[in-house]
Design a protein around this ligand. Structure first.
Ligand code: AMP
Ligand code: MG
Length: 402
């Protein structure tokens, strides 16, 4: 059986090229820029006032001097007068600075009497409360570089520089099929022997949150023809994830159905707990390629396999450079008995206290216990081999992205 590292290597070796596209600014959040973007304006586009107040000649100002107000300029208006000694122009925050002005006195430091304003401060330094044209950025300047992850802050900057068609890496199309005769959709009340399909929504949420354009193809019953029809549709996507049906059960038909569709098996089974039955293969048709993952149906196995093997694929294809699972170390809060010959990723709770990190492997009540799983924010890592890890021992932990 191959190792986790070998599995990841074999998957990443089959990764297609990243594709770039354009998206509307409204949809840019969470994408990665595929090209540098330049500004089509100076920012600010003109010398502007940073406060509501009076534009003045700084050298004019002495305590309680009275200046003659030439005009009032609101944001969005253009001054028409030039300030001369002994005059001022009332100006609002963001309005263009009038010719001749070298500072703006805050309105709170003044009193107005019809066309006169009295300044109640002793002096003002030149440039006070003024932001000069292009202080923030200049027309033609590269404002954001290729590879930048677009957060809400970047959406604001892109809007400012008029970049409304944003060059980004394309989101891979990802299809999900949840297999199992026992499954019913979450909207249904399970009858005897049935459970709700939780992996479908879990995997769709995971894929979406990692940047894929994910959609569910619903439940595939454990029947060769029915599964085959769904797989045919799923193979139109860039990534196809199946959950369940890859173990050794008599109804575990996924590998055979994939083979029948000409999906080339790259590996089946690896040395990992949970997630040993993971199946990975490639479907090629002309220029189109689909990366196919058969994840074990146990929800924890599905989660671990997704985070270890599918998430890095989506990240790479969407141009991200940071690791999906952030590695750290933490001190065990309880003893942990590791058993068996497989390296283990165990759902755990990571906490921080007084600058120290602590990790508690979750004591869940069987593989279907999602209630306990909801407390997990990390995967605790234990090496293969029987070993009692003792309270206080430092172990490797991977943070689950929220
Ligand atoms: P399998 O990998 O198909 O043998 O399934 C392993 C376990 O996971 C079984 O207990 C299944 O009932 C459960 N399971 C499979 N698919 C799902 C799913 N979509 N949602 C929740 N549990 C599932
Ligand atoms: Mg099954």
């Amino acid at each position: 059986m191959i190792s986790i590292e070998q599995a990841l290597e074999q998957i990443m070796a089959r990764l297609p090229e990243c594709r770039s596209t354009w998206c509307a600014l409204d949809n840019a959040l969470g994408h990665v820029l595929a090209e540098d973007v330049q500004s089509d304006i100076d920012s600010p586009p003109y010398d502007k006032s940073l406060v509501d107040g009076y534009a003045v000649i700084a050298d004019d100002i002495t305590l309680d001097i009275t200046l003659s107000v030439l005009e009032d300029v609101l944001a969005g208006q253009i001054p028409t007068q030039t300030i001369q000694p002994g005059t001022a122009i009332q100006i609002m925050t963001g309005a263009p600075l009038p010719e001749g002005a070298s500072a703006v006195v805050m309105i709170e430091q003044t009193s107005r009497n019809q066309q006169d304003v009295t300044i109640h401060q002793e002096t003002i330094k030149s440039e006070t409360n003024i932001m000069r044209q292009a202080t923030s950025l200049s027309k033609g300047e590269t404002v954001l570089s290729a590879g930048k992850f677009i957060r809400p802050i970047e959406v604001g900057i892109l809007a400012e520089i008029g970049c409304t068609k944003v060059p980004v890496y394309q989101q891979p199309k990802l299809a999900i099929i949840s297999t199992g005769d026992e499954l019913v959709e979450a909207t249904k009340t399970p009858q005897a022997g049935q459970i709700r399909n939780s992996n479908g929504p879990l995997l769709q949420a995971l894929a979406t949150s990692h940047g894929a354009d994910a959609h569910s193809l619903g439940i595939g019953v454990d029947n060769f023809e029915a599964l085959s029809d769904l797989v045919a549709t799923g193979l139109e996507s860039d990534i196809l994830i199946l959950s369940g049906g890859v173990s050794a059960g008599v109804k575990d038909l996924v590998p055979a159905v994939l083979r029948q569709h000409g999906v080339e098996q790259v590996f089946h089974k690896l040395n990992l707990k949970p997630g040993k039955p993971l199946w990975f293969g490639i479907f090629s048709s002309g220029k189109h390629q689909t990366m196919v993952f058969g994840l074990p149906g146990n929800p924890v196995s599905s989660l671990v396999c997704f985070l270890l093997f599918v998430a890095p694929v989506i990240s790479k294809l969407t141009g991200k450079t940071s690791a999906c699972l952030r590695e750290t170390t933490a001190s065990l809060k309880t003893d942990f008995q590791q058993r068996g010959d497989r390296p283990t990723y165990f759902p755990a709770q990571l906490t921080e206290h007084g600058g120290n990190r602590y990790v508690t492997p979750l004591a869940w009540k069987g593989s279907a216990d999602q209630q306990t799983l909801s407390k997990a924010n990390a995967l605790a890592f234990f090496q293969a081999g029987n070993q009692l890890y003792q309270t206080g021992e430092e172990i490797t932990v991977f943070e689950i992205p929220s």
